[in-house]
Design a binder for this molecule. Structure first.
Ligand SMILES: [Zn+2]
Length: 356
């Protein structure tokens, strides 16, 4: 009976042990799949997050964060997992905003730069304008070339020196003198152009007449052709008879020195206006120098010129516009631009004479 009882007890124990083992195994088997399924669920969740461009690194972080979600106080951190997509949408615009901001900054910067550039440009322009104004101060007379001189009421007599054929007959040098002088000399000719002085001065005189008339002056030429025979005293008489405000005798100079260049003025040293003639002569030379850029050589007062001596009641000037014995001057004297500058210089002078 004891043996039977013991044998049954062992069987029961063995069965209980087996049951325990089986239960344990079952439990183990049950727990294993549960864990696995949980993980896979999270993976799905992360997968959704993945769609919102969360990096794989972030994914593992998020998994950890989601596990700690209930316990970690920084719920916002956990929430960020839930709102990842929306936040990232927000973040993306923020990034865009940041980009826009940087663009804006760039724009602002570029605007500032462009403003600065504009300012710089304006300043440069201003400076340039100022510089131009400064540098063209003498040339301001040039801007008058479009009609801003007011020579209205002025009578200007212009005598283009010489003529095609010289007249060696003589006439009195001055009203106060018995000395005789040739009526009209031959004049010089261009060392480079070969042009005769009488031709060049007439060419300039015709332009000067037109120009001064365009500025309001009344202009009288002592001759408008090369084929005339008018003495120097007769030319002076035209100025006196017309009660000229200015009598201008146009000539070109010549020198033994081929390097001699520039503008010269000759006036009469006698007569009622002799106290002013040199001053006015300087005005003329200066105006011409400023208009042409040529050197003004000075004003010489004497009684050597019959054409001046006989017009002492009129402001009279013999103007040597340049040296035909110098190649550069010679070519300039036939240059239309230079000729125009001479006209402008004379206009500036006449304006000065009118305003004096
Ligand atoms: Zn001459």
């Amino acid at each position: 009976m004891n043996m039977k009882t013991n044998s049954r007890a062992i069987k029961i124990l063995a069965a209980a042990t087996a049951a325990l083992v089986i239960t344990t195994l079952v439990l183990l088997l049950t727990i294993g799949p549960w864990k696995k399924s949980t993980t896979s669920g999270k993976e799905l969740k992360s997968g959704r997050n993945k769609e919102t461009t969360v990096s794989s690194e972030d994914e593992s972080d998020l998994s950890e964060e989601s596990v700690t979600e209930p316990t970690v106080p920084e719920i916002t951190f956990g929430e960020s997992v839930v709102r990842t997509s929306s936040e990232e949408e927000t973040t993306e615009p923020e990034t865009e905003t940041t980009e826009m901001t940087s663009e804006t900054t760039e724009e602002t910067t570029s605007e500032t730069t462009s403003e600065t550039t504009e300012e710089t440009t304006k300043e440069t322009t201003k400076e340039t304008t100022e510089a131009t104004t400064e540098s063209t101060e003498p040339k301001e007379t040039k801007s008058h070339s479009d009609g801003s001189y007011d020579l209205s009421g002025m009578v200007i007599v212009i005598d283009p020196g010489h003529q095609r054929h010289a007249n060696s007959d003589t006439e009195p040098l001055a009203p106060w003198s018995d000395e005789q002088k040739a009526k009209v000399s031959a004049g010089t000719s261009g060392v480079s152009t070969g042009r005769p002085e009488y031709e060049v001065v007439l060419e300039i005189a015709l332009k000067m007449r037109d120009y001064l008339e365009s500025q309001g002056a009344t202009v009288i030429l002592t001759r408008s052709s090369n084929d005339v025979d008018i003495s120097n005293v007769e030319r002076a008489q035209i100025a006196v008879d017309n009660n000229a405000d200015v009598f201008l005798r146009l000539h070109c100079d010549a020198s033994d020195s081929s390097s001699a260049r520039g503008i010269g003025v000759f006036v009469c040293s006698r007569g009622e206006l002799s106290d002013y003639q040199v001053k006015w002569g300087d005005w003329l030379g200066t105006c011409l120098s400023e208009a042409t850029g040529s050197k003004y050589r000075g004003c010489d007062a004497s009684t050597r010129y019959s054409g001046l001596n006989w017009s002492t009641s009129v402001p009279s000037f013999l103007l040597e516009m340049g040296f035909m014995s110098n190649a550069t001057d010679d070519e300039l004297l036939s240059d239309p631009d230079y000729q125009h500058e001479l006209c402008v210089g004379v206009a500036a002078f006449c304006q000065k004479m009118k305003n004096r």
